[in-house]
Design a protein around this ligand. Structure first.
Ligand SMILES: NC(=O)c1ccc[n+]([C@@H]2O[C@H](COP(=O)([O-])OP(=O)(O)OC[C@H]3O[C@@H](n4cnc5c(N)ncnc54)[C@H](O)[C@@H]3O)[C@@H](O)[C@H]2O)c1
Length: 258
């Protein structure tokens, strides 16, 4: 491999879910900065359009697509738009997710809400990977990156649906890496610690932040660029012999919500 091209994503197309804000937006920006065509998808079209606008204004290539990852027809449409617009798909970032936010009291959470969290965090990533894998196989390059969470290994109160869904995503990453490997497709995951986004702001209090920082050797919360840097590593040729891994980006800490 040419050392100067380890991070070169020119002529590669990346789909990012939840690309309108936070970690997804930062991932779109860094992939575009390293040359990828980016399909920015989000539940909120105006947020996806804003990310795509900013990338295009800087000379990158991006298109915005409305996509609710819990709807199969939206996932099918997303892949079709990516193919029509850019001709191939090489990178997929399964970022859209969530659920937990400490609102999952096990005595109160409904069966439907528990199932919905799995649909959002696990099924969407599995299904989009299934739709993209044949395209990656055709193009001869494939890297799928799942955004999981420290919650997948931590124990915190009232977060069992979210935490167990992210743990399932970790294990799915290892298993699908095995299934897709022979086709030249890699699958890895990035597990953020507490990272400053709107999602975190909805649960963060000064008290929780102080507790989190006690267990964090590098004394700050994460920035979105900390996470998207790891996404770039897995997306790029530099990691071409790395698959089935979960990289926790967390300041070296644990960051539980208790
Ligand atoms: N921020 C953290 O501290 C943290 C920690 C661990 C894991 N994560 C994970 O990182 C990922 C991104 O989180 P974030 O903090 O950047 O959130 P965020 O709220 O800042 O951004 C999430 C984006 O996803 C979009 N989205 C939400 N539901 C969607 C759906 N059903 N379909 C498509 N798009 C949807 C939202 O509109 C938004 O633009 C999530 O999977 C989350 O579980 C975040």
């Amino acid at each position: 491999m040419d050392i100067m091209n380890h991070f070169n994503l020119k002529d590669k197309t990346a789909i990012v879910t939840g690309g309108g804000n936070g970690i997804g937006k930062s991932s779109c920006e860094i992939l575009a900065a390293y040359g990828a065509n980016v399909v920015v998808s989000d539940l909120k079209l105006e947020d996806a359009e804003s990310t795509a606008f900013e990338i295009n204004a800087k000379g990158g290539k991006a298109v915005a697509v409305a996509c609710n990852v819990t709807k199969d027809e939206d996932l099918v449409n997303l892949v079709n738009v990516a193919k029509q617009k850019f001709g191939s798909i090489e990178i997929l970032v399964n970022n859209a997710g969530g659920g937990g936010a400490g609102r999952e009291n096990p005595y109160k959470i409904s069966v439907d809400d528990f199932a919905w969290v799995f649909k959002l965090n696990v099924f969407s990533a599995w299904r989009l990977s299934q739709l993209c894998a044949p395209e990656m196989e055709k193009s001869g390059y494939g890297s799928i990156i799942n955004i999981t969470s420290m919650s997948s290994v931590n124990k915190s109160p009232n977060i069992s649906a979210y935490a167990s869904s992210k743990a399932a995503l970790n294990h799915m990453t290892a298993n699908l890496a095995f299934d897709y490997g022979a086709q030249g497709i890699r699958m890895n995951a990035v597990g953020p610690g507490a990272t400053k986004t709107r999602a975190l702001a909805s649960v963060l209090t000064p008290e929780i932040e102080n507790k989190m920082l006690k267990g964090t050797p590098i004394k700050r919360l994460g920035e979105v660029e900390d996470i998207s840097g790891a996404v770039l590593y897995f997306a790029a040729p530099i990691s071409e012999w790395v698959s089935g891994q979960v990289l926790f980006v967390n300041g070296g800490g644990v960051q539980t919500l208790d």
